[in-house]
Every structure is written in structure tokens, then in C-alpha cells.
Design a protein around this ligand. Structure first.
Ligand code: HEC
Length: 179
């Protein structure tokens, strides 16, 4: 190896070093330049997120009342067998399962079944099981009473909820009058 070869080698190392530092410097500057941009994006993102989430959260369910008069008890009965009977019984004096017996639940206070170990989420929820409360509950139990033990994901169809509610209403010697 002669000295020119060694010089070439050293030059190469030097160029590589300079390139390395330049790349680093450019990189750092790029990051610095994009940082504020990112923060702007984040703020915009967060703001639009809240704006999008808020109406969704506040958006009230359409009232079920107007659907009840024409709702179908038989369809509600079969829905209850499919969607609810794995956890609930519906006959008078029926045993609790994973969930409490639901005979006569419409119009009663929360946590109506004697001896059932309800969550604080249900016991602490003020009011009684009105048609509209049942509508919200069946639509999304976890939203109506956060922390509830009813791990049912919810029933989307307003018509099906109305059918279920008139079925629940029928489970009484003296059904609550329809609105
Ligand atoms: C996976 C089991 C499960 C399913 C499925 C289920 N529930 Fe429940 N349900 C529960 C449990 C557990 C509770 C008690 C909740 C608590 O204590 O937080 C409950 C509570 C209730 C209550 C309140 C009763 C009271 O005494 O206050 C109603 C009403 C109710 N369920 C209706 C329904 C209907 C209608 C369906 C079908 C659409 C259904 N549930 C499906 C487990 C279930």
C-alpha cells in the first residue's frame, strides 16, 4: 500500500465522517422543524376529536315512547329468549341467573329483585325503570350505568328495543300504562 492509497483511505474516512455529521445535523434540524408542525397537528387532532366525540356522547337516543303502541310483544318475547334468557328469567318468582329475575321490572325501582347481588352502579342510579330508561339501558348498559355487571353489549335496533320493552311490560298482573 503506497501513501496515495493511505491518503485516499483517510479521505474516505473523513468524507464519511463529515457525511455522518451532516446527516445528523440535517436530521436534527428536520426533527426540529417538524416538531411544531406535529404539535399543531396534535392540537387540531385533539380538538376535532373532542368536537366529534362530544355530540356523539350527548346525542340522546330517540325516545322509545312513540314506538311502543305499535310494538310487538311476541317479537319481544322471542328476542328476550335469544338475547337475555342466558342471564335472566322472566316468570313470576323465577330464579336469578347471572342476572336478576325480571318479572314486573317495568316501573319498579332499580335493583328490584330481592336477594340479588347488584353492582353499586345499578343500586346508585337514581330513578326507576321507566320505558325510556329501559330503552337507554338495553341500547347500551355500560353507558347507562357505567360499572354495571350486565356485560351485554346492547341492542341497536330501536324497533327491537320497543318490542322487548312491551314484552317486559306484559310481565305483570297490572302492566304500567303505555305513554
Ligand atoms: C351476560 C348476562 C346478561 C345478559 C345477556 C343480559 N343481562 Fe340484564 N342484567 C345482568 C346482570 C348481571 C344484571 C345486574 C346488573 C348490575 O348489578 O350491575 C342485569 C340487570 C338487568 C336489569 C335491571 C334489573 C333491576 O332489578 O334493576 C334489567 C332491566 C335487565 N338486566 C334487562 C336485560 C334485558 C332486557 C336483556 C336482553 C336484551 C338483558 N338484561 C341481558 C346480566 C345480563
Amino acid at each position: 500500500m503506497d501513501s496515495t492509497e493511505i491518503n485516499k483511505g483517510m479521505a474516505a474516512v473523513l468524507v464519511a465522517g463529515i457525511a455522518f455529521f451532516l446527516a445528523g445535523w440535517i436530521g436534527v434540524n428536520l426533527v426540529h422543524q417538524t416538531k411544531p408542525e406535529h404539535e399543531i397537528l396534535k392540537i387540531e387532532g385533539a380538538a376535532s376529536h373532542e368536537a366529534a366525540a362530544e355530540p356523539a356522547k350527548a346525542e340522546p337516543l330517540a325516545p322509545v315512547g312513540p314506538l311502543l303502541a305499535a310494538a310487538d310483544v311476541a317479537s319481544g318475547d322471542s328476542l328476550a329468549k335469544k338475547q337475555c334468557a342466558s342471564c335472566h328469567t322472566f316468570n313470576e318468582g323465577g330464579k336469578a341467573g347471572v342476572g336478576p329475575n325480571l318479572y314486573g321490572v317495568v316501573g319498579t325501582g332499580r335493583a328490584q329483585a330481592a336477594g340479588f347481588n347488584y353492582s353499586a352502579a345499578i343500586k346508585g342510579k337514581p330513578g326507576s325503570w321507566s320505558f325510556e330508561d329501559l330503552n337507554a339501558w338495553i341500547a347500551k348498559p355500560a353507558a347507562f350505568a357505567p360499572g354495571t355487571r350486565m356485560t351485554y353489549q346492547g341492542l341497536k335496533s330501536p324497533q327491537q328495543r320497543a318490542d322487548l320493552i312491551v314484552y317486559l311490560r306484559s310481565l305483570s298482573a297490572k302492566p304500567v300504562p303505555l305513554p
